[in-house]
Design a protein around this ligand. Structure first.
Ligand SMILES: Cc1cc2nc3c(=O)[nH]c(=O)nc-3n(C[C@H](O)[C@H](O)[C@H](O)COP(=O)(O)OP(=O)(O)OC[C@H]3O[C@@H](n4cnc5c(N)ncnc54)[C@H](O)[C@@H]3O)c2cc1C
Length: 437
């Protein structure tokens, strides 16, 4: 790229206020979906604004599969919104698929199809009474006396504004919080975030001839040692799907890039797809059963594990994971391991928890400092790099979103700001709605 130059540019515009609502949620991934359904169910007038033409975030255009298990004693801890999402996806199965794969909330049934995921999310949000604005990309915020008054969007028809009482940042990246001036941090002690990954699925694989994953790993390592393949990961990370001939790959690795920097993000897309091509060639040429493998589906957006994390009223660290910490103002429970894909190369750090244990995330982690009427309903909550690697999975993020939606509704009912709301009340209200807390 050419040397960075700046251009002095300013403009004054009459921006139409296209809607007013109680709760505006920016971003329609697992977190924004959880927030929207819960806030609307409490009777709030809710709008979910999403930059693309479908919901899902990483679950849809990021091609992320499967739902990672977040279970205690084999039972999913994420309810009611995540549970409803999962059930509605299953409802889309054909009768034949339903017979083959009966509905199951256990930790061995993490099915996920990106197309069905987005259909089910749209169903549930609309049924709850939320409105959806697609193709609305966050552009700016207007604040008065520390409070956000309007959010501006860039759209096909130019700029437009939405006015609300409470705002929820569900962009995954904390875009809204950052624009609103909330303090944020990024990555590990060196500022490096977990790698990005372009996910893909291959089908037409001859399952009967496919070697074990251990054998495939050996073939992969040998090819790397012989200089035939220069992909970064230490092994091939792959998951089965509901179809024997189809495998999901979460194995490309793009390091040392900041996904909130537009140029680096663009470069990451190119690097990720370069690795996809290498993996397909390697598998077809070296692994029995993959000779006729076909590219079934490819992420339309590079997968982003980590970017900003806001600083909130409460900051939790990996100590809470190791202590299995419990709190009376908890809003979500997590059992998923600390799972850090090496931000600067090969390797993955994992720390597991017993199957009947969990740690709890507190209300204050979703209340950002420095903005009076903003809540976080996405992965960018107030936790450290290591704890984020555990709390970022889709089921847990959906539950964090549902907590933000509930908190927003309670703020409206009690006429208080998020920082004035008692986290214990949020927890009690969530329990009444069926949350496992
Ligand atoms: C490669 C990879 C593999 C993963 N594997 C798993 C897995 O196997 N299982 C699992 O459970 N989790 C997995 N995760 C984690 C999980 O997918 C994410 O942490 C989770 O999707 C985060 O949800 P979110 O709602 O915070 O953000 P996202 O899913 O990123 O959704 C954010 C939404 O906000 C929208 N948005 C963003 N910016 C703007 C803007 N400026 N204006 C308007 N809209 C905006 C986006 O379009 C998107 O719809 C993985 C993640 C990655 C990247």
């Amino acid at each position: 790229m050419s040397e960075e130059k700046t251009l002095s540019y300013s403009f004054q515009a009459e921006v139409p206020v296209i809607a007013e609502c109680d709760v505006l949620i920016v971003g329609g991934g697992p977190g924004g979906f959880g927030a929207g359904v819960m806030a609307a169910k409490q009777g709030a007038n809710v709008i979910v604004a999403e930059r693309y033409g479908a919901l899902g975030g990483m679950a849809s255009y990021g091609e992320v599969t499967p739902f990672m298990p977040n279970h205690a004693n084999g039972e999913s801890m994420d309810r009611p919104v995540f549970a409803a999402w999962r059930k509605r996806m299953w409802d889309y199965f054909s009768d034949e698929e339903k017979k083959l794969h009966p509905f199951d909330t256990g930790d061995k049934a993490p099915f996920l199809s990106k197309d069905i995921a987005m259909l089910a999310m749209e169903d549930l949000l609309l049924e709850a009474g939320a409105k959806i604005l697609y193709h609305h990309t966050l552009f700016d915020v207007r604040k008065r006396d520390g409070r956000i008054t309007e959010v501006l969007f860039h759209t096909k028809s130019g700029l437009s504004a939405v006015r609300a009482k409470i705002f929820i940042d569900s962009t995954g990246d904390g875009d809204l919080a950052a624009l609103a001036g909330c303090p944020v941090e990024m990555g590990n002690s060196e500022g490096l975030c977990q790698p990005m990954t372009t996910c893909f699925k291959l089908d037409h694989i001859d399952a009967a001839r496919k070697p074990s994953w251990q054998e495939i790993g050996e073939i992969y390592k040998k090819a790397k040692a012989e200089g035939k393949l220069d992909c970064l990961r230490e092994n091939i990370l792959a998951f089965g799907t509901l179809h024997d001939d189809c495998i999901h790959f979460n194995t490309t690795r793009i390091i040392r890039k900041n996904a909130t920097n537009a140029l680096e993000l663009s470069q990451a897309e190119i690097e990720g797809r370069k690795e996809v091509r290498k993996y397909i060639k390697f598998l077809r040429e070296n692994v029995p059963g993959f000779e006729n493998a076909q590219l079934k589906s490819l992420a339309h957006h590079v997968g982003i594990r980590e970017t900003r994390r806001i600083r909130g009223l409460v900051y939790q660290t990996s100590d809470d994971f190791f202590k299995r910490a419990k709190y009376d103002d908890a809003i979500a429970r997590v059992n998923y391991p600390i799972d850090i894909h090496d931000p600067s190369g090969s390797g993955t750090t994992m720390h597991y928890m017993e199957k009947d244990q969990w740690y709890e995330l507190r209300y204050g982690t979703i209340v950002p400092l420095n903005s009076e009427n903003l809540l976080m309903g996405c992965r960018a909550i107030s936790v450290d790099h290591a704890l984020h690697s555990s709390s970022r999975i889709m089921p847990a993020v959906c539950s964090l979103g549902q907590a933000a939606g509930m908190a927003a509704a309670l703020c409206l009912q009690e006429n208080v700001l998020p920082k004035e709301l008692d986290g214990k009340k949020v927890r009690e209200a969530l329990k009444k709605e069926g949350a496992f807390l």
